[in-house]
Design a protein around this ligand. Sequence first.
Ligand code: NAD
Length: 351
Amino acid sequence: MEVVDEVRRVRFGPGSLDLLAEEVDRVGDGPVLVVSTPGQRGLAERAADLLPAGRATVLAGAAMHAPPDSVEQGVREVDRVGAGIVVAVGGSSSTALAKAVALQRDTKIVAVPTTYAGSEMTPVWGLTQDGVKRTGRDERVRPVSVVYDPTLTLSLPVRTSVSSGFNAIAHAVEGSYAPDGTRLTDLHAQGGIRALLSALPVVVDDPDDLEARSAALFGAWLCGATLADTRMGLHHALCHRLGGALDLPHAELHAVLIPYVLAYNLQAAPLAAEAVAQTLGGPAESAAEALQAAGWSWGTPRSLTDLGVTAADLDRVGPDVAGGEYVNPRDVTPEDVQRILWAALAGDPAD
Ligand code: NAD
């Protein structure tokens, strides 16, 4: 069934990629740049072929965490072809590149997401330079239209699907205790957690199950909406600093850390804990352990060590790793951060 949300301009449903030309035409005329990561070049070319001949150029140069060379290449290509619209196809690395270009050239973004990371919903940009990831909010980078086609996620490898789903769940967990949360964001957060935790085990058993893929992508939409509407806490601060400093895989890092941060913030996270417990079973007080156990059984990495992080890395990044500005419902000391990170390094139970 096709679902349309005119407020956020979302087209959702199997086969909705066919609506791409319509969505692009709504935004404007003229040349279009289609961006993707190298792995999604085939899909980017398919998207470009849906637009009138000669209108779209493909740049398959997006990379995780929007490094400066890929951003420079994106800006150069937009200038070269004279594009006013960028179609971001693939995971949130593609959207991140489109956003970085929009900051410099005021290009409009149409997003066709194929992971559960959620960047397509948000006005949040991220740029990485010299191992430091900066993020900010700017309405110019919020995609003006999002085309969610679950058939495009069928090829997402199972392990990536699970970790990416946990990345989405992390947005919902932190949104559930955000100081600027509302009843609507609470519903988005709980609905997103439930949808993903119900769908992911089915995806693990049968990655071709389109109904489960649709449910997972719907959950990602809800979690992305939560991320867009609330301020994130300790977990996102840790992921930004560690991911930028150690160049770690985004989804997998989120998947390893979120159970520990949920455990740390559990008293302030009754809505998230309830959604986890209702879906996975067990008491809400054990939601963090249940989340971690489910992730492990479905294929998330078990520890920071699994991501290649060493004790020396943690020492190098230092005890103020959470640094910067973030809002967290519970006070956080450098010692608390160290306890969380050393537990995650070892893959200790999140309790
Ligand atoms: P990604 O876009 O790098 O995708 C991960 C891998 O999966 C890539 O190799 C990609 O080619 C592959 N892939 C994607 N879709 C596929 C599919 N359907 N089938 C097969 N392979 C597929 O990773 P991601 O986790 O989606 O995004 C991570 C980046 O997005 C990070 O830079 C992160 O900071 C950013 N992000 C930003 C926001 C925001 O609001 N600004 C939110 C979430 C993530």
